[in-house]
Design a protein around this ligand. Structure first.
Ligand code: SAM
Length: 246
């Protein structure tokens, strides 16, 4: 296989292979996602005055799970689910133990599109107050993704969903192996309008505006790293806050 080859493999195998370098390979979307997360959390958590139950759907290496643990009120439960054993192993390793009386973290290895009964059991068979799902939706068809989110979220609960901006065109999550081969999982390009419609059809209403982020200029490149260079002037990241209304 030549050094410029690209391969597409099942999403779980893809993330198992990426897991050990996922947090450190200078991925621009992750930087933008962290900035979006920082912006949205004051609003998201302003309503959370008491212990809550939150699900991190597709938690990966626990990039946001760690931050969430520090933000939730004491007595809360943080459920973190992922389909990749490799990603989940990184997440567990990054958060060993937990002082009692603070936030309980529960890890679940499952495919949320195929193992819905297991997901229901994992969240103790009761809808959660908040769902966070960052950079996951690209791997799932929209109707399927939002049907899961709506089913596990209580009426009046909020979901923070982020993903790749459609302005990125044919780009998809991927990493370069040591032998130079570019590896991808299964990805879908979701338009903004179709995403909002799919959420609405599942009973999830957009709260406020869609939040779009990109690489504005060369100054942003300095902040985001050299991999941002080719994206100057483009929007790369989209986030939406949704409320379950039906
Ligand atoms: C780009 S990573 C995002 C991880 C983390 N949320 C973050 O923002 O860094 C996408 C994650 O979604 C998980 N994922 C994708 N489809 C899934 C499914 N159907 N069931 C469970 N996990 C899934 C993958 O295993 C992967 O860890």
């Amino acid at each position: 296989m030549s050094a410029t080859s690209t391969i597409i493999i099942p999403t779980t195998a893809f993330y198992d292979a990426w897991a050990t370098t996922y947090d450190t390979d200078g991925n621009v979307l992750q930087h933008l996602d962290s900035a979006a997360f920082k912006d949205i959390t004051p609003l998201l958590f302003s309503v959370l005055q008491k212990p809550v139950r939150l699900l991190d759907l597709g938690c990966g290496t626990g990039r946001n799970t760690t931050k969430l643990r520090g933000l939730l009120p004491p007595g809360s439960t943080l459920y973190a689910v992922d389909g990749s054993e490799g990603m989940l192993a990184q997440a567990r390793a990054s958060m060993p133990g937990e002082p009692s009386g603070q936030v309980e973290v529960k890890w679940g290895l499952l495919d949320f599109t195929r193992q819905q009964a297991d997901l229901d059991a994992f969240i103790d068979s009761a809808p959660v107050d908040v769902v966070i799902s960052t950079l996951v939706v690209e791997h799932v068809m929209l109707d399927q993704f939002f049907a899961v989110v709506a089913r596990i979220l209580k009426v009046g609960g909020w979901a923070w969903v982020t993903g790749m901006h459609p302005d990125m065109g044919q780009s998809r999550a991927g990493f370069r192996r040591d032998d130079g081969v570019k590896v991808h999982g299964i990805s879908y390009i979701h338009g903004l309008e179709e995403t909002i419609v799919a959420a609405k059809n599942a009973g999830l209403k957009l709260v406020g505006n869609v939040k779009e982020r990109g690489v504005d200029d060369e100054f942003a490149v300095q902040e985001l790293g050299e991999r941002a260079e080719k994206w100057v002037g483009k929007r790369l990241h989209v986030g939406m806050l949704l409320e379950r209304v039906l």
